[in-house]
Design a binder for this molecule. Structure first.
Ligand SMILES: C[S@@+](CC[C@H](N)C(=O)[O-])C[C@H]1O[C@@H](n2cnc3c(N)ncnc32)[C@H](O)[C@@H]1O
Length: 284
């Protein structure tokens, strides 16, 4: 069947070659936060990522693949899973895929997924759960790297506080290398965060250049920990710093005035999770 708007349906796959196709226009619009929010959707690139997302139970709305992927058993399997879950499958030209991903050499497979957020009220920390809270994180690369690191250390999730960069932007999703599908995300404003923090059943530690405590001197084990990180330019504002049980300092030598936010988060998380990850020399 041929459509007037530049697509042809073969079986359950639509072949699309025109950039003017409305389905393509809607997917391209996901480059902008406004449309991601309107559609409650986002893009993830790469076959492995899409398979991981489906395995983790994420809802795929549309699977887009390049003509070159046709006949590839793994792509066909993902296409069948997409159709089975009620999603749409588009086979597109390289030109269309480049326009969607804004890349010259795009991945052969792209998925459009429904966004997923965890409500603060549904977070119930227990045992040695670790949560990370980020104050007004600005840089998509930092946020993606932190989500990936939180995944790697087995943290329970990331809470975004205040105006932050969007975890579902294509840059952030790329930087997470798939961990965006594995790490629960919550967002809130500072006032609601402070309210929620009052009920946090464990230790709340902030990192601060003027922190009174060396981050290696605390025993984090046996209780939930909330690690609060400051904004890239301004650090933690006083009201958030005051809400912490301890303010941690990561010692530095040399001339750098601070560590990069994602690096500081990783350093702190590995210390907090040291016992859980058996990094203390005991057998894993
Ligand atoms: C780039 S730093 C912010 C620098 C900012 N000019 C300031 O005055 O805080 C971003 C965040 O990383 C963490 N951080 C970076 N280096 C740190 C260090 N040496 N000790 C403790 N926290 C650090 C803090 O949470 C900080 O708010």
């Amino acid at each position: 069947m041929s459509g007037r708007d530049g697509h042809r349906t073969v079986g359950q796959v639509k072949e699309v070659t025109s950039l003017a196709n409305p389905l393509v226009k809607d997917i391209k619009a996901l480059a902008l936060k406004k449309f991601r929010d309107q559609q409650n959707a986002f893009l993830a690139e790469g076959l492995k990522l899409v398979i991981d997302a489906l395995d983790l139970g994420w809802t795929i709305r549309t699977l887009v693949f390049a003509k070159s992927g046709k006949g590839n058993p793994a792509v066909e399997k993902v296409a069948a899973r997409t159709v089975a879950s009620g999603g749409l499958v588009l086979e597109v030209s390289e030109k269309v895929l480049s326009a969607i991903t804004r890349r010259d050499n795009p991945q052969a497979v792209v998925g459009v997924f429904a966004q997923r957020w965890t409500a603060l009220k549904d977070i119930r920390p227990k045992g040695d759960d670790v949560w990370v809270a980020l104050d007004r994180v600005r840089d998509p690369g930092n946020l993606g790297t932190i989500i990936r690191t939180a995944d790697a250390v087995g943290a329970r999730g990331v809470v975004l506080v205040g105006e932050t960069t969007d975890p579902f932007s294509i840059e952030t999703v790329r930087a997470t290398m798939g961990s965006v599908f594995a790490v629960p995300l919550a967002k809130t404003d500072a006032a609601s965060f402070l309210q929620w923090r009052k009920g946090f059943p464990g230790l709340v530690v902030g990192t601060h250049l003027k922190g009174a405590v060396d981050y290696r001197t605390i025993d984090y084990s046996g209780r939930p920990v909330l690690l609060l990180m400051g904004n890239e330019q301004q650090g933690l504002p006083d009201e958030l710093a005051a809400a912490c049980d301890r303010l941690l300092r990561i010692p530095q030598a040399g001339r750098a005035d601070s560590l990069n936010l994602a690096v500081a988060t990783a350093v702190a998380l590995y210390e907090i999770r040291r016992k859980a990850l058996k990094l203390d020399g005991s057998p894993a």
